[in-house]
Design a protein around this ligand. Structure first.
Ligand code: S3P
Length: 436
C-alpha cells in the first residue's frame, strides 16, 4: 500500500527513464545480431530485465557492466538454442509476444510462462499468424499462457493484416519474417508504434514500407543477418506522461522532462493534453536509436474535457489511465471511444480506470470500447483506496491524482510500478510529491 498526499506544487526537472519498448527491442535485436552491441540508457524495469534473462537462456550473452552499460553478444548465424527451463516473462506482454515471433523461426522448443496478469491476456493474436507461418503451439484453455512453442527453421512467409491495432503483433510477425523463406508483410490501417521497423533498420535489416489508400504495409525478406550496434535508448514518453500530467493538475506545477522520445506513433497523450488546454514546450535535442529527442515542459493549466479522436488511440494506447486523471481535473466531459484494446492490457483498463475515478468521488461511466468522465473543474475529492489489479499504469495514475486531490489517494500495491518505471516514486518525490 502507498498513499499520495496533496501537495502545493510539482516542480523541477529530470531526465525521462529509458523507453520500455525500445529497451526490449535493443536487447532482442542485440541478442540476434552478430557481434557485441553496447546499450546505454536501458530501462531497468522488471519487464526489460526478464527479456534480458530470456535472451541469455536462448544463448545470447547479456552482461551489465559497472557503469550501467549493457553488452549483448548475439547468437548471429548460429541461431537460438532451446532453453533449459521455462521462460518466465513476469508481467510483460511485449517481451513474451515479440520473443514468440523470434523463437518461431528457430528449431527450438520453449515453455512460456508469466504472472497472473500476463496469464490472463490473449495470445491467439500471436499464435494464429505464427501458426500460419509454420510454428506450432500448445496453449492453455482460452489461448493464454502457459504455452509451449515449437519453432522451425523452415518458416513460411505471410501477408497479414492484424485484426487489432497492435505493435506487438506487427513486431512478432516482422521478427519471424526475418527467418522466413520469402517476403512477409504486415498491413495496418491505424499505424502503431514503429520502433521495431526503426531498430531493425538500425541493425542493418532492409525493410520496405509502402502506403496505399491509408494502409501502411511493412515488408521484410527472410535470411537477412543483423550486425551489432551501439544504442542509446531514448527517454520514455509514456513514463514522462505521468510527470507532465502531475505538473498540469498541480496548483503550482512546472516541470521540465529531458530526453523524451518524440515519435508521432507515441505522442497522442501530449497532443490530447494540448486539445484540453495545456500548453507544452518542446525543445529539440539530438537523436538516439533512430528516434528524435525533445525536452518537454509543462506548467499548471486549467483543462477542459474533450472527445478523444479515435484515430489518435494507437498513439496513446498506454496513456488512458493518466488521461483519465487529467479528465477528472478538467471542466466538462471527456469521452474515449474506439479503445476496446484497453480491456486486454495488464488489467481491464476501462474498468480499472473508471473504478479508480469513482472511488475518488469522480463521476465516470464505462462504455464497451472506452469511458466517459465528468470533470470536477479542479476539485477532485480524492480519499479513495484504489485497486490496481497488478497494473503499473493504474498505480502511477492514482498516485499522480493524489498529489492534487482534496484528500489523499492510496493504492493497494505499488510493487508493479517496478515493471516499467522503478524510479517513479523517487522522481515524483524529487518534484515535490508526498508518497507515504
Ligand atoms: C508495445 C505495444 C503496445 C503497448 C505496450 C508496448 C510494444 O501493445 O500497449 O505497452 O512495445 O510493442 P499492443 O501491441 O498490444 O497494442
Amino acid at each position: 500500500m502507498l498513499t499520495s498526499h496533496p501537495v502545493p506544487a510539482i516542480t523541477g526537472s529530470l531526465a525521462a527513464p529509458g523507453d520500455k519498448s525500445c529497451s526490449h527491442r535493443a536487447l532482442i535485436l542485440g541478442g540476434l545480431a552478430s557481434g557485441t552491441s553496447e546499450i546505454t540508457g536501458l530501462l531497468m524495469g522488471d519487464d526489460v530485465r526478464r527479456t534480458g534473462d530470456v535472451m541469455r537462456a536462448l544463448g545470447a550473452q547479456v552482461i551489465q557492466t559497472r557503469d550501467g552499460v549493457w553488452r549483448v553478444t548475439g547468437v548471429g548465424e548460429a541461431g537460438l538454442s532451446s532453453p533449459e527451463g521455462p521462460l518466465d516473462f513476469g508481467n510483460s506482454g511485449t517481451g513474451s509476444r515479440l520473443l514468440m515471433g523470434v523463437m518461431a523461426g528457430h528449431a527450438i522448443t520453449a515453455k512460456i510462462i508469466g504472472d497472473a496478469s500476463l496469464s490472463s491476456r490473449p495470445m491467439a493474436r500471436i499464435t494464429k499468424p505464427l501458426s500460419q507461418m509454420g510454428a506450432r503451439f500448445e496453449t492453455s484453455a482460452g489461448d493464454t499462457l502457459p504455452l509451449t512453442l515449437h519453432g522451425t527453421d523452415t518458416l513460411q512467409p505471410i501477408s497479414y493484416t492484424p485484426p487489432h491495432a497492435s505493435a506487438q503483433v506487427k513486431s512478432a510477425i516482422l521478427l519471424a519474417g526475418l527467418r522466413a523463406h520469402g517476403t512477409s508483410s504486415v498491413s495496418e490501417a491505424r499505424m502503431t508504434r514503429d520502433h521495431s521497423e526503426r531498430m531493425l533498420a538500425g541493425f542493418g535489416a532492409k525493410l520496405d514500407i509502402t502506403r496505399k489508400d491509408g494502409v501502411r504495409t511493412v515488408s521484410i525478406t527472410g535470411g537477412q543477418s543483423l550486425s551489432a550496434q551501439e544504442i542509446r535508448v531514448p527517454g520514455d514518453p509514456s513514463s514522462a506522461a505521468f510527470l507532465i500530467a502531475a505538473s498540469l493538475i498541480s496548483p503550482g506545477g512546472d516541470v521540465l522532462i529531458e530526453n523524451v522520445m518524440s515519435n508521432e506513433t507515441r505522442d497522442g497523450f501530449f497532443r490530447v493534453a494540448e486539445l484540453m488546454g495545456a500548453s507544452l514546450g518542446a525543445e529539440p535535442r539530438d537523436e538516439a536509436a533512430g528516434e528524435r529527442l525533445i525536452d518537454l515542459q509543462a506548467s499548471s493549466a486549467p483543462l477542459k474535457g474533450v472527445a478523444v479522436p479515435e484515430h489518435m488511440v494507437p498513439a496513446m494506447i498506454d496513456e488512458f489511465p493518466i488521461l483519465a486523471v487529467l479528465a477528472a481535473f478538467a471542466t466538462g466531459e471527456t469521452r474515449i471511444s474506439g479503445a476496446a484494446e484497453l480491456r486486454v492490457k495488464e488489467s481491464d483498463r476501462i474498468s480499472a480506470t473508471v473504478n479508480m475515478l469513482r472511488v475518488n468521488g469522480v463521476k465516470a461511466e464505462e462504455t464497451e470500447d472506452g469511458f466517459v468522465v465528468e470533470g470536477c473543474a479542479g476539485n477532485v475529492p480524492g480519499g479513495g483506496h484504489v485497486t490496481t489489479h497488478q497494473d503499473h499504469r493504474i498505480a502511477m495514475s492514482a498516485l499522480v491524482m493524489g498529489t492534487a486531490a482534496q484528500t489523499p489517494v492510496s493504492i493497494d500495491d505499488a510493487s508493479m510500478i517496478d515493471t516499467s518505471y522503478p524510479a517513479f516514486a523517487n522522481h515524483m518525490r524529487s518534484l515535490g510529491a508526498r508518497f507515504e
